[in-house]
Design a protein around this ligand. Structure first.
Ligand SMILES: C[S@@+](CC[C@H](N)C(=O)[O-])C[C@H]1O[C@@H](n2cnc3c(N)ncnc32)[C@H](O)[C@@H]1O
Length: 264
């Protein structure tokens, strides 16, 4: 496990709220009115770029290490929340290219959802044989199989991750490989009160997370900035009491970037 970095919480807590660091880095490309065929071509061209990039190997090495820990060679399913608008945002386009490459490599089912997908984008995703979730489940999807599930939440609001953990709260989380913003950054960059109130499942699981750092060598650095792979190999040793106190999380109405099912 020498290649792995177990997270430790830094002493200093910077007073930065759940700041939309990624939204400020989002690179828009002007043409928003691509037809479906054009958009498919753009996404497939991005997938070719991604496959040629050194970062592809960085991600796939990280996935391989994670699967080795899980004593598996296969990813059963991928769930992706918060991809964003890949017809307007370059990071989203390359994150979709990553998903397609993972799908191709592991021959697995891929589920995607973002409430901001346009009809055109949904059509493209379906044509690319991804399964588009039709309702805003706010990240509350229960994993039903005991095989590795990859959860891909690139630069997503913490509430989505927190909801996912809440929904799957128990030792079965050890089957999950979560690719998202580095947890140490989520915890360190939020004042304690904010984390405890709105992302408490992340905080509770934090001592058990193993962070597989992904050296960000991607050409468009903002696409994978602060992105890490997270696994939970030690969960079998947790006492039963650790999993008690499972209350449904609630969030303030003005929660940053998080779109609820009741939002207009
Ligand atoms: C900061 S953006 C990240 C977009 C893109 N992945 C990137 O890295 O630029 C956060 C994304 O989370 C999405 N989001 C917010 N609430 C969500 C929900 N309930 N389910 C899925 N995605 C959600 C937003 O629509 C937005 O696209």
């Amino acid at each position: 496990m020498n290649d792995f970095q177990t997270v430790t919480r830094r002493k200093s807590r910077k007073k930065i709220r759940n700041k939309s660091f990624s939204s400020s880095l989002q690179h828009s490309y002007a043409e928003e009115n691509f037809n479906t065929d054009d958009l498919i071509r753009l996404v497939l061209a991005a997938a070719v770029d991604f496959r040629k990039s050194p970062y592809k190997q960085v991600i796939f090495n990280g996935l391989l290490k994670s699967l080795n820990v899980l004593h598996s060679k296969a990813i059963a399913e991928v769930i992706c929340y918060g991809l964003g608008s890949f017809s307007k945002n370059r990071s989203s386009k390359y994150q979709l290219a990553t998903l397609l490459t993972i799908k191709n490599q592991y021959n697995c089912n891929v589920l995607v959802y973002d409430p901001i997908f346009t009809e055109n984008e949904i059509e493209v995703l379906k044509t690319l044989e991804l399964n588009v979730i039709t309702i805003n489940e706010e990240g509350k999807r229960t994993i039903t199989n005991n095989r590795p599930t990859l959860v891909f939440m690139p630069h997503c609001p913490s509430q989505l991750l927190n909801n996912f953990l809440y929904c799957n709260w128990g030792p079965q989380l050890k089957n999950c490989i979560i690719v998202c913003n580095r947890w140490s950054a989520i915890v360190d960059q939020n004042p304690l009160g904010f984390v405890e109130d709105t992302t408490n499942y992340i905080l509770r699981l934090y001592p058990y997370v193993v962070d597989i750092e992904l050296k960000n060598e991607f050409e468009f650095i903002e696409t994978f900035i602060e992105t890490s792979i997270h696994i939970f190999p030690g969960l079998d040793e947790t006492p039963l009491s650790f999993w008690g106190n499972r209350e449904e999380p609630g969030y303030p109405k003005e929660s940053n970037q998080f779109i609820t099912s009741s939002s207009a």
